[in-house]
Design a protein around this ligand. Structure first.
Ligand code: NI
Length: 226
């Protein structure tokens, strides 16, 4: 499932982050790449221990925790602390697949990358190129979202970032280990949850709503890994 989540951050927040990030010291993006993806990766990244990465990462995690669409779609168990990257003119990242397991720096925790997320921080008019291109069983999609919006996509997919030909593309990216590791199951649960919410709002048959809510939780109980 490819899911666009609008307005994860407000325009003011995004502007503040972008301004602070523009003045930060960026490292070569190869620091977090595996041996194979390092060859394809030409971008910059903020150190995981940079104070801005920690501060803005925390803010993003907070925003996600109160985002109903994200919580329902991702069913997060563990989220990798958000990272930040920057693609200036001539930067790109060729087709690659993300590592399945990511150790969290400075801890003994690891995240299984069931879902990948890119939170766009630059205004799409401010740069050319830089589309996130995702190849999956659903075909190939090129995505470029408004600043503050986020794309959630299966960690299993092969993807790339198109070369930036003008301006600067800044984004945050991270991975989610879900309570439900299979994409198809997560998608059915999201559909069911949305139907339940809609029926609740439109005042549907109360008995049927309780039954349907029961089925949702019983499926989640069967499928969730804790
Ligand atoms: Ni990637």
């Amino acid at each position: 499932m490819l899911l666009e989540i609008p307005d994860v951050l407000t325009p003011d927040e995004v502007r503040g982050m972008r301004e602070a990030l523009e003045a930060a010291d960026w490292l070569d993006g190869k620091v977090t790449a595996g041996a194979q993806s390092a060859k394809a990766k030409r971008n910059q990244q903020l150190s995981e221990t940079h104070p801005l990465a920690e501060q803005f990462g925390q803010r993003i995690l907070q925003a996600l925790a109160s985002n109903a669409v994200f919580m329902s779609a991702a069913l997060p168990q563990r989220i990798y602390p958000p990272l930040f990257n920057r693609y200036a003119e001539g930067h790109d990242f060729g087709f690659h697949v993300d590592n399945a397991i990511r150790p969290i720096n400075g801890t003994r925790e690891r995240v299984r990358t069931d879902l990948s997320a890119t939170l766009f921080l630059a205004d799409p008019d401010s740069y050319e190129g830089g589309e996130l291109v995702i190849r999956g069983s659903f075909g190939t999609h090129a995505v470029k979202l408004p600043a503050g919006a986020m794309l959630l996509y299966p960690g299993t997919s092969i993807h790339r970032v198109e070369p930036v030909t003008r301006g600067v593309r800044v984004a945050s990216f991270f991975w989610v280990q879900s309570l439900v590791r299979e994409d198809a199951r997560r998608e059915m649960l999201l559909d069911m949850d949305m139907a339940i919410q809609r029926l609740t709002q439109t005042g549907g048959d109360g008995e049927a709503l309780i039954q349907l809510t029961g089925v949702y939780h019983n499926l989640l109980r069967q499928w969730a890994d804790l």
